[in-house]
Ligand binder design. Structure first.
Ligand SMILES: [Ca+2]
Length: 436
C-alpha cells in the first residue's frame, strides 16, 4: 500500500470533475495561531492512499473553522479514515511560490441527479394532491403543533410535533402564528430571543408517514419542499459564537420503538453556514468511509477557491468573494431575502448501499424567491451519503425544522428575531413551485 506526500501522485482538475480513480476521503479546514490549513485526504480505491493539502485565502480564520481543524488533529478523522494528515501553512493569497501546494483531487459537483423539471406552479392544496406525495403539513391544524407530554419531553417518541429548547419547558418559541402565513391561516413561527444558547427555539419534526411505512434507503429518491420566511434581524445578525443557523435536517426516520434524534449518520442539513447569508449544505452527524462528519457540499474551484453553492452560474458563488460580496454583481450566491415567503426544495437520490454509505448519491437544492421560479443552488454528486451501520438499517424518514445555531453564545445580546415555516411537502417526485 503506497502512501505519502507527492505532487505527482495526485492529478488536478479545477473544473470540478470527478477524477479517475481518485476520491476525496475528507476535507476540512481550520485556523490556529494565524495559520490556515486545508487538509485533504484522498485515496485511490484499492491502490494507494494519499493525503494532500493546500493553502487557503486570508481572512479565513474563524472559530468555526478552528473547530474543524481540531477535529482533524484530535484524530476523529484519522481514526475513521487513515491516513489523514493536516499541516500548517501560512495564509497566502495568492499563494507564494515558496509554499508548496499540491494539486487538488476533486470528487463532486457533476453528474446527473436525474431530477425532472418542475411542473407549472400550483397552490399548496394542488401540490399536496399530486401523485407521489407522502406527507403534507400546512401548519393549519392544531395537531400540527403537538407538544406530546409537555414538560421537557415535548413530542419525544411521537410521530411528529414540537420540542421545547433542550432542558426547558418553554413552548413560547415554537408556536402557531395566525397572523403570518403562506396559506391556510397559520404557520409555524420560531422566536429567537436575545441571550439564547445554541438551541434558541426548540424544533419541529415529523416522520414521512404516520405509520412509518414510507422511508427511503438505498436506490431511492424523494423530495422535501418547504416555505420559509425570515425577519430582517434573523437574516442580518451574525450571532456571537454561532456557526450559523440551520433551516432543516433531513435524517433517519423512526422505527417502532426507536425514536431517532436529529443527529444521525444520514442527516442532510441546509444551513446559513457561518452566517454568510445564503444556504449551504452538509452531510452526516458521524461521517463514514468516504468523508468525515458535517461534510460540506463545497466544491474546490481553481487553485485556491471553493464554490459554496456549486449550482450557481458565473460569476458563481465563491469563497473568495466573501472579501467583497457573495451577492450580485460581485458574486452570484442565492441569498436569504427577509419579509417574503421563500421556497426551498431538496432532492435526495440515493445509490446502492456499500458498507456504511449510499454510494453514487445525488443531492439537489432549489430556492425560489416569493412569486419567482425556483433556481438550482446546489447540485451535488455523485457523492457517498453516510448511511450508518448496516445492522441499524437507517432510512431517510424524518425532517426537523429548527433554527438551531451550534456554538451560539447565550451571553451575547441580539435583537429578537423570527423565522416562519409553512407548506411542508414530502414527495416521491419533484414538487411544483408555489403558485402566486
Ligand atoms: Ca399554513
Amino acid at each position: 500500500m503506497g502512501r505519502g506526500w507527492g505532487r505527482g501522485q495526485v492529478k488536478s482538475d479545477s473544473g470540478g470533475r470527478r477524477f479517475g480513480e481518485w476520491s476525496v476521503l475528507s476535507r476540512a479546514w481550520g485556523c490556529q495561531s494565524g495559520e490556515v490549513v486545508f487538509a485533504y485526504a484522498a485515496y485511490a480505491e484499492g491502490v494507494a492512499e494519499f493525503p494532500g493539502l493546500r493553502t487557503a485565502v486570508p481572512g479565513a480564520c474563524s472559530g468555526a473553522m478552528a473547530s474543524v481543524l481540531q477535529m482533524i488533529e484530535s484524530g476523529r478523522l484519522a481514526a475513521r479514515q487513515s491516513p489523514v494528515e493536516s499541516r500548517h501553512m501560512p495564509c497566502a493569497f495568492p499563494r507564494p511560490a515558496s509554499v508548496a501546494v499540491l494539486p487538488l483531487v476533486i470528487v463532486a459537483g457533476v453528474g446527473s441527479s436525474g431530477a425532472t423539471a418542475a411542473p407549472a406552479a400550483q397552490d399548496f392544496a394542488t401540490r399536496c394532491a399530486q401523485p407521489g406525495v407522502v406527507r403534507c403539513v400546512g401548519f393549519d391544524d392544531p395537531a400540527d403543533f403537538n407538544t406530546g407530554r409537555g414538560g421537557t419531553s415535548g413530542a419525544y417518541r411521537q410521530n411528529s410535533g414540537i420540542f421545547p429548547p433542550s432542558g426547558t419547558s418553554d413552548y413560547t418559541r415554537a408556536t402557531r402564528d395566525t397572523s403570518t402565513f403562506a396559506s391556510g391561516g397559520s404557520s409555524l413561527k420560531f422566536t429567537i430571543p436575545t441571550n439564547s444558547g445554541a438551541d434558541t427555539s426548540g424544533s419541529y419534526f415529523t416522520n414521512f408517514s404516520k405509520d412509518l411505512s414510507v422511508q427511503f434507503g438505498a436506490n431511492s429518491e424523494f423530495y422535501v419542499q418547504w416555505r420559509q420566511r425570515f425577519s430582517p434581524e434573523f437574516v442580518n445578525t451574525k450571532y456571537a459564537g454561532g456557526g450559523g443557523w440551520k433551516q432543516i435536517i433531513i435524517g433517519a426516520g423512526d422505527s417502532p420503538g426507536a425514536f431517532e434524534p436529529s443527529c444521525t449518520p444520514l442527516e442532510v442539513v441546509v444551513q446559513n453556514l457561518n452566517h454568510r447569508g445564503f444556504p449551504a449544505m452538509y452531510n452526516s452527524c458521524t461521517g463514514s468511509t468516504s468523508h468525515g462528519a458535517y461534510n460540506p457540499f463545497d466544491e474546490p474551484y481553481g487553485a485556491y477557491d471553493f464554490k459554496l453553492q456549486n449550482g450557481r452560474p458565473s460569476p458563481y458563488c465563491l469563497y473568495s468573494q466573501g472579501r467583497a460580496s457573495y451577492f450580485p454583481p460581485v458574486g452570484n450566491c442565492f441569498g436569504y431575502v427577509p419579509n417574503e415567503w421563500m421556497t426551498f426544495q431538496v432532492q435526495i437520490k440515493t445509490g446502492p448501499r456499500v458498507g456504511d454509505e449510499f454510494v453514487d448519491s445525488y443531492v439537489t437544492l432549489w430556492v425560489a424567491r416569493e412569486g419567482k421560479p425556483s433556481e438550482a443552488v446546489i447540485t451535488w454528486g455523485p457523492y457517498n451519503l453516510s448511511a450508518g451501520w448496516s445492522r441499524d438499517d437507517l432510512k431517510f424518514g424524518k425532517v426537523w425544522l429548527l433554527p438551531y445555531n451550534t456554538g451560539k453564545s447565550s451571553s451575547a445580546s441580539h435583537t429578537t428575531a423570527y423565522t416562519w415555516y409553512d407548506e411542508l411537502i414530502i414527495s416521491r417526485h419533484r414538487i411544483a413551485d408555489p403558485a402566486r
